[in-house]
Design a protein around this ligand. Structure first.
Ligand SMILES: *Cc1c(COP(=O)(O)O)cnc(C)c1O
Length: 385
């Protein structure tokens, strides 16, 4: 019996253990030096002057939208092909997601459709690097600039990725990273807002901390601790999580290199499979690989894809259907009346995707086993047609 190969697995070493212990023993468990250092490291990596650590990527998006004054009656142009949080954040502030269909190669919003979707009520563009692919980010930025609206970059899947020489997190007014255990680095739960706008950052800092004023240097902390200038939230990241984040950030280059190795090995093994569309990276991007998602070619249907995922799992190979379209999630259908066919490219892609096991320490043997099992399932499906 071989061991199960999970869909993802965080890469934690004694280095991380030492940092978390150091924070634990320091006696300071919230909003201390580890948070400050983690903010510095992530902001630096994103080429931004400001970092605001929060307790999830979802919260980060929520706070940025609030800080930018997006609210009821406003529309935010975004993608239906993403993890549900990117669009839920828009609902959290009472605004409406204005979905646009995707480009079938990059799996990101089709820039021409973004342009068409912008109307008088559009308050922002919220772009996602789907599976960490940064293609079109610079184009969205120029569309946003031309219409004088902010671009918010949901770069939760793109830490360490660059496009045309620019780091992800630096394309919009603000970028948001997430550190759930399946991301390039993890803090358990956590997120980070990055921006070059110090006022926007300060508003986010206040919102994450119960609407407290941001202490000017020298101001007595006690004097402002029970003063609340606005409706705030508790979206603070704790020191233990930040310590884990600092240790992971120090290893980011190593982690990214390992992900690139696994992706390359998969690509070499799968290149000849006629049944599959493999993930593509444009020649001007350098990606850190969030997940490894292949998709069946257009002749295949959702039932076949679902059977393949189920059999992979029966063979102890983690697999998933990243991502079901957001507009077809039950509560979006109910709230907005979306039907099948509303965004045909996103829907067609999403019915045929298979996320394969993908993590830094995947051995060549494990990759070969996943590939062989997948090939077996493909052959079986073809025979049963
Ligand atoms: C992971 C992720 C988020 C945020 O996730 P959290 O679990 O809240 O940290 C947001 N958007 C996308 C596209 C993601 O992949």
């Amino acid at each position: 019996m071989h061991e199960e190969i999970p869909l993802s697995r965080p890469d934690i070493t004694v280095h991380e253990e030492e940092y978390v212990l150091r924070a634990l023993r320091s006696g300071r468990l919230s909003q201390g030096p580890m948070v400050a250092e983690f903010e510095r490291l992530v902001a630096e990596r994103a080429g931004c002057s400001q970092g605001v650590a929060v307790n999830s990527g979802t919260d980060g998006l929520h706070l940025v939208l609030r800080a930018l004054g997006v609210g009821p009656g406003d529309e935010v142009v975004t993608t239906p092909f993403s993890f549900v949080a990117s669009s839920n954040a828009i609902l959290m502030v009472g605004a409406t997601p204005k979905f646009v269909d995707i480009c079938p190669t990059s799996l990101n919003m089709d820039p021409a459709k973004v342009e068409q979707a912008i109307g008088p009520r559009t308050k922002a563009i919220l772009a996602v690097e789907a599976f960490g692919n940064p293609t079109h980010m610079d184009t969205y930025a120029s569309i946003a600039a031309r219409h004088e609206i902010p671009l918010i970059e949901d770069c939760c899947e793109a830490l360490g990725t660059r496009h045309k020489g620019r780091p992800c997190g630096h394309f919009g007014r603000a970028g948001v990273f997430g550190f759930y255990p399946n991301k390039q680095i993890t803090t358990g739960e956590g997120g980070m807002i990055v921006t070059d706008d110090p006022r926007l950052a300060d508003t986010c800092r206040s919102l994450r901390n119960q609407g407290r004023p941001i202490p000017k240097s020298g101001a007595g902390a006690l004097g402002v601790w029970l003063q609340h200038e606005r409706l705030g939230y508790n979206a603070r990241l704790d020191e233990l999580s930040a310590a884990l984040g600092v240790a992971q950030m120090q290893r980011l280059d190593e982690l990214v290199a390992a992900r690139q190795r696994v992706a390359r090995t998969y690509l070499t093994h799968l290149l000849h499979r006629q049944e599959l569309v493999l993930p593509t990276v444009d020649s001007q991007s350098e990606v850190s690989w969030f997940v490894f998602v292949v998709r069946l070619t257009t002749g295949w249907g959702r039932d076949e894809r679902d059977r393949i995922i189920a059999s992979l799992r029966r063979h102890d190979v983690g697999a998933a259907d990243y991502f079901p379209c957001i507009h077809l999630q039950p509560f979006y259908r109910e709230m907005f009346g979306y039907r099948d066919g509303a965004f045909p490219i996103a829907e067609s892609v999403s019915q045929r995707t298979i996320a394969l096991p993908f993590f830094t320490r995947m051995s060549d043997r494990e990759i070969s086993f996943v590939v062989q099992t997948l090939e077996l399932m493909l052959e079986r499906e073809k025979l049963s047609r």
